[in-house]
Ligand binder design. Sequence first.
Ligand code: C5P
Length: 142
Amino acid sequence: MENAGPARRSILVVAAALIDPEGRVLVQQRAPGKSLAGLWEFPGGKAEPGESPEEALVRELDEELGIAIDAAALSPVAFSTATDDALSLVLLLFASRVWRGVPRPFDAAALRWCAIDALRRLPMPPADVPLIDPLAPWLSAT
Ligand code: C5P
């Protein structure tokens, strides 16, 4: 039998593209000491067993940014996959223009609002990068 190597944990990660009236998207910088520290990511995190992806994202955005968002306001954009030695992850990105509260960096080193050109120049985790192109059409001003 073929040696499949060490077993990898599989996780579903949900993330949000929060878009402001100028068509900019919110990204957060991963904090020192975390994996991928210093890289800029779409805010979100691991879905727990039994949660819908939207429920998980509503919870994560409350925990990480202190904002309230309705599950019904989340529109699916695209997914990507990434694998390293320990982990195999599916990252599912939702977009929203509507939330309550002002995002604050409870879990991150910093927050930043980026137009599409600035987003393309940011160092991002491998799973986030392939989501930039599918997100681009959403980043128009209203
Ligand atoms: O933030 P946390 O460490 O809980 O995220 C779980 C996993 O999802 C990590 O491996 C992280 O790198 C990954 N992730 C990602 N892109 C995001 C959010 C999380 O690759 N936008």
